[in-house]
Design a protein. Structure first.
Length: 225
């Protein structure tokens, strides 16, 4: 059997996968959606610890580890620590790179300038408007705005610590068109198989069927391997 561990990105919560989970469950998949700590001054490594704990709670031997946006860095480091449990890593519009990278190092200068200005010298980055995530439908925008929370700045600046085990695990990257950040390039640089979807950054909210379809395809491939 296979368990999906779905990890949300910055400013989001485990609710980010609410529209994908039923589609996976209907196909007989097990799903775990850890909630990363956002309400204190924590870093990327703290979030990695939380995801590793989630992996360890899975009763199935095989885990497909999925990270959205910022969590691309988190899931790759978590997989690096549990290569015997993770059979596939999936990035959904995910930040990613080699050992020692961070969102601050991968993002363009203007992005981090705005992020630091929004934090105002503190540890917390206030949640941006839903439009930043490409969500413009009025109903979805209201739904998202009610749930977004501040995010710890340190998690954007703390670099990854990878020993190289994650590079031996197969990986897939989903990137959306039109691109907002170079997620397709990140996917290519780490050698993951690319999937392009037409949709916004929060594609799991706008196109859950498309995301679930790719994940279930990977699940079936894993069962056949």
């Amino acid at each position: 059997m296979t368990t999906f561990v779905l990890v949300h990105g910055a400013w989001h919560g485990s609710w980010a996968w609410d529209r994908v989970i039923p589609l996976l469950a209907q196909a007989g998949a097990h799903v775990i959606t850890p909630a990363l700590t956002l309400d204190s001054d924590v870093g990327l490594h703290d979030h990695v610890d939380e995801v590793v704990t989630a992996i360890d709670t899975a009763t199935d031997r095989n885990v497909i580890l999925v990270g959205h946006s910022y969590a691309g860095l988190v899931v790759r480091q978590a997989a690096d620590r549990r290569p015997e449990r993770v059979v596939h890593v999936v990035l959904v519009e995910g930040w990613a790179g080699a050992d020692g990278v961070s969102v601050a190092g991968l993002a363009p200068n203007w992005f981090m300038t705005r992020i630091r200005a929004a934090a105002g010298g503190g540890w917390r980055i206030p949640a941006p408007a839903p439009a930043l995530f490409g969500i413009t439908d009025p109903g979805d925008a209201r739904w998202l705005e009610q749930r977004l929370r501040g995010h710890p700045l340190r998690s954007f600046t703390e670099p990854t610590l990878l020993c190289g085990a994650v590079d031996q695990i197969p990986g897939t990257g989903i990137y959306c068109r039109p691109q907002t950040f170079p997620f397709a390039r990140f996917i290519a640089e780490i050698g993951y198989r690319p999937f392009a979807l037409d949709g916004p950054h929060d594609v799991m909210l706008s196109h859950p069927q498309s995301v679930a379809g790719i994940l279930l395809t990977l699940k079936n491939e894993n069962l056949e391997a």
